[in-house]
Design a binder for this molecule. Structure first.
Ligand SMILES: *[C@@H]1O[C@H](CO)[C@@H](O)[C@H](O)[C@H]1NC(C)=O
Ligand SMILES: *[C@@H]1O[C@H](CO)[C@@H](O)[C@H](O)[C@H]1NC(C)=O
Ligand SMILES: *[C@@H]1O[C@H](CO)[C@@H](O)[C@H](O)[C@H]1NC(C)=O
Length: 208
């Protein structure tokens, strides 16, 4: 890059960061350039039920939410119902309910999830799961020449991952080109099962 193109690049990057940094993690390059691959032979049935969010990338839609859960149940048309719940910084519980489906039946781990009134469906890729203790989920959208990425580490138990699952998750992140640094811990202390009515003891500082 010469001096003037790199200046233009710097200004463009700053503008885009201004626009999107608040919304989601933004990176240079397309989603495809990362070669992130999903789980082979993913099976929806054992994945259903409740998951607890332990770590996530910064996303405006979830900013400040603690006690976050995702509950999946079968939808009548063969897809899934999604019920995401969380508690905001005032201790107020909320939930959003949407639907998910795999547009390509030969790629069952590549889900699209749609929440009514929240714009077009977004991708939700299951990168790896053992169905019983951990799941690594990922989402990426191209916004050429950038991409917006999101990722979540979910556990079956509210209080976190068993030790061997932590090692497995770290290996999956390394092998599948999913950045570890942007993950923020999601507080699950002092939350009740299911209804999330109790105000958590500690609050997450929102990411800058
Ligand atoms: C993705 O795969 C291509 C082709 O195999 C390779 O050149 C490139 O370095 C890979 N990208 C990453 C981020 O690993
Ligand atoms: C909360 O959920 C966990 C896991 O689903 C279960 O083992 C535990 O008994 C539940 N606790 C209460 C108070 O319902
Ligand atoms: C979503 O989950 C919450 C917490 O369990 C529950 O209170 C709410 O009724 C659920 N919403 C739907 C539509 O099932």
């Amino acid at each position: 890059m010469n001096a003037s193109t790199s200046f233009i690049f710097a200004v463009a990057s700053l503008l885009l960061q201004g626009l999107f940094a608040e919304a989601q993690i933004i990176r240079w390059g397309s989603c495809e350039s990362q070669n992130v691959t999903v789980m082979q032979n993913f099976n929806t049935d054992p994945y259903l039920g409740r998951w607890y969010e332990q770590e996530r990338y910064y996303a405006a839609a979830e900013a400040g939410l603690t006690c976050v859960t995702a509950e999946y149940s079968p939808h009548h048309d063969g897809g899934i119902n999604v019920n995401n719940t969380g508690v905001d910084s005032n201790g107020k519980a909320s939930s959003v309910v949407g639907t998910g489906y795999a547009p390509d039946p030969s790629q069952p781990a590549k889900l699209m999830v749609k929440f009514p009134g929240a714009g077009p469906a977004g991708s939700l890729w299951i990168i790896d799961t053992d169905y019983t203790s951990y799941s690594v989920a990922y989402s990426c959208s191209n916004m050429a020449p950038f991409r917006l990425v999101n990722a979540w580490l979910l556990s079956r138990a509210r209080d976190g991952f068993p030790h061997d699952a932590i090692e497995k998750v770290e290996k999956v992140l390394r092998e599948r080109n999913i950045e570890k640094d942007p993950f923020e811990h999601v507080n699950q202390d002092g939350c009740t099962n299911g209804s999330n009515q109790q105000r958590p003891k500690i609050f997450l500082a929102s990411a800058a």
